[in-house]
Design a protein around this ligand. Structure first.
Ligand SMILES: *[C@@H]1O[C@H](CO)[C@@H](O)[C@H](O)[C@H]1NC(C)=O
Ligand SMILES: *[C@@H]1O[C@H](CO)[C@@H](O)[C@H](O)[C@H]1NC(C)=O
Length: 246
């Protein structure tokens, strides 16, 4: 075999090795332990929260505004097809002047052809104490004909990572002329006991406060150093082979 074809074969092999070695950045998905996440269990903590939800439709600064409706909405006895965006205050007590503890940000839409019912899609964004910056996501059905109801809590962030639970809701006041209303929320939620010092900002760097939490999706250190070693070896092999052949 000619010398040049041997060299080309070796070069090709080296290049192949380089492309085949694992990359040092994170793999798409890999199993992770509770220890790596810095939590003991997914539902270690149980928290009950009680607050009041204020939706203001009247006045010059409403917290709930209709953003869409269907052509038939005005003819519908249940306002089917109407969609409202909300940024409602959550307060400690039922009075609007009571201390603000968070905001309910999301949407509700009229979803029932036969009775008045809403689909609620919202994030409860807390501003108070250790819950400051943490959120709970709520997705459920609110029957407006009943004075009480229940909404599922489907997830959370910050202090409420891995949250699951429910909110019991109870109408306090409702003005049918203006649409203004106050609803009591009594939320029961299971969630992970991560770091109590977590600010719940939700940013990936937030994980630093969890001590053993790996940086955002990085591979384990042994895997990373192995692939680095392989990659360095391959890089040095090419000049070395040249040196021996010529
Ligand atoms: C709901 O209302 C629609 C339209 O008015 C009607 O056709 C349907 O039978 C009703 N369904 C129920 C379960 O009442
Ligand atoms: C909540 O966090 C924000 C941003 O970090 C901060 O400006 C605010 O003072 C905090 N509020 C409370 C009540 O701790």
């Amino acid at each position: 075999m000619a010398k040049s074809s041997i060299i080309s074969s070796i070069l090709l092999l080296s290049l192949l090795t380089l492309t085949l070695i694992p990359k040092t950045h994170a793999s798409f998905a890999e199993p992770i332990s509770k220890q790596d996440l810095g939590i003991k269990a997914l539902d270690d903590k149980k928290t009950q929260l009680t607050f009041y939800f204020h939706e203001t439709r009247s006045g010059s600064n409403p917290s709930g505004i209709q953003i869409a409706k269907a052509k038939s909405t005005d003819q519908s006895s249940t306002r089917f097809g109407s969609l409202t965006m909300i940024d409602n205050a959550l307060t400690e007590g039922p009075e609007p002047t009571s201390k603000l503890v968070g905001r309910a940000q999301g949407m509700h839409g009229s979803v029932d052809l036969n009775e008045s019912a809403l689909m609620m899609v919202m994030n409860l964004y807390f501003l108070e104490g250790e819950y400051n910056g943490s959120t709970l996501s709520v997705l459920g059905r609110d029957s407006l004909s009943a004075s009480t109801g229940e909404l599922p809590v489907v997830g959370g962030t910050g202090t409420f990572r891995f949250a699951k639970g429910y909110a019991q809701i109870k109408s306090q006041t409702f003005d049918s002329k203006t649409g203004d209303g106050v609803v009591q929320f009594n939320v029961f939620v299971n969630h992970a006991d991560g770091s109590s010092s977590s600010t719940g900002s939700g940013s990936p760097s937030d994980g630093k406060s969890l001590g053993s939490t790996p940086s955002d999706g990085a591979p384990s250190s042994s895997q990373a150093s192995l692939s680095k070693l392989v990659s360095f070896t391959s890089l040095f092999m090419i000049p070395l082979l040249y040196f021996f052949i010529f």
